[in-house]
Design a protein around this ligand. Structure first.
Ligand SMILES: Nc1ncnc2c1ncn2[C@@H]1O[C@H](COP(=O)(O)OP(=O)(O)OP(=O)(O)O)[C@@H](O)[C@H]1O
Length: 289
């Protein structure tokens, strides 16, 4: 029987088909050709608009290589040897260098740890963002400058007029990461990878930056991939989580399910470690019940 929507008295819209993922990995394997060995042994996940997927795991588990594969920036002797990666429906294996130039920044973008190393130390930060806008969105000089200022204020830098004429060395780590986020979202990407982007920041600044990413996600429908070794961070922010260890995804699913019914000993170990300093703080009340 068709139920009526109480607000309008009309039949409700048919249930929507699931949104097409903005990023989709299927059984992706990555090998180090120089060493002649496989490093990542089959990763699959989907990121849809407005959702956050977390990848958690110990150092060297393959989190960054997985992200770099999606961005088409694997280190020289690494290659995807199996599986598919799709960006907004396009198989990245079909992308030419020119195709990648069009896609990077405007479909997929990323921020990493150590933001200073991604900025030119001798160019004012506002100019660097304006440059992204000129190249990626074809804006003229004046429009790019104005838009850069808007982006600096959108990432909640307190005095964007001042920040835009400053050089990277004049900004704190948290401010630099905000500048990097402004540059990363300048061309309106569909998906943003934040790979340990807040690891080097103190806890308060870390939370502010993650709130900022959440806010962007909610306002713009950005899909997010949060890479972290910090399970508490992932528990708090992500809809779905992948737990990686030595190149394997040992556990994957909705965050609450993974936290409450961990099936793998390694996930249980991560949870136990965090419980020592209060993972329950990050669980919603019903999850704690
Ligand atoms: N450029 C590189 N050259 C040689 N080996 C590399 C390179 N990048 C990664 N590796 C190796 O590949 C494996 C996976 O590395 P990856 O950086 O993906 O791990 P990760 O889970 O992101 O770790 P971390 O949390 O420390 O960043 C590791 O054994 C690492 O040593």
């Amino acid at each position: 029987m068709t139920t009526l929507s109480p607000a309008t008295g009309t039949a409700p819209a048919p249930e929507r088909a699931p949104a097409r993922p903005v990023l989709s990995l299927r059984d992706v394997r990555i090998a180090d050709r120089a060493a002649g060995r496989e490093i990542v042994h089959g990763v699959s996940f989907d990121v849809t608009s407005g959702k956050t997927v977390g990848i958690v795991g110990e150092s060297g588990s393959g989190k960054t290589l997985t992200c770099r594969a999606a961005l088409g920036i694997l280190p020289a002797h690494f290659e995807v040897t199996h599986g598919t990666i799709e960006l907004d429906g396009t198989d990245i294996a079909t992308l030419t260098p020119r195709g990648w130039t069009a896609v990077r920044g405007s479909v997929i973008s990323a921020v990493f740890q150590d933001p200073a190393s991604y900025l030119n130390p001798s160019i004012r930060v506002g100019e660097q963002i304006a440059e992204v806008l000129r190249v990626k969105r074809g804006l003229g000089r004046r429009a790019a400058r104005a838009h850069a200022l808007g982006l600096l204020s959108a990432v909640r830098l307190r005095d964007p007029e001042l920040v835009r004429v400053q050089y990277p060395h004049e900004l704190s780590g948290g401010m630099l990461q905000r500048v990097l986020i402004a540059a990363a979202v300048a061309a309106d990407p569909r998906v943003l990878i934040a790979d340990e982007a807040t690891t080097a920041l103190d806890v308060t600044v870390q939370a502010e930056i993650l709130d900022l990413l959440d806010d962007l996600r909610e306002r713009t429908g950005l899909g997010l991939v949060l890479v972290s070794h910090d399970l508490a961070l992932v528990a708090q922010r992500c809809d779905e989580v992948l737990v990686m260890r030595q190149g394997e995804v040992v556990e994957q699913g909705p965050t609450a399910a993974v936290l409450h019914r961990p099936r793998h000993a390694y996930t249980r170990l991560l949870i136990d470690e965090h419980e020592q300093y209060g993972l329950e703080r990050f669980r919603t009340p019903e999850e704690n019940a």
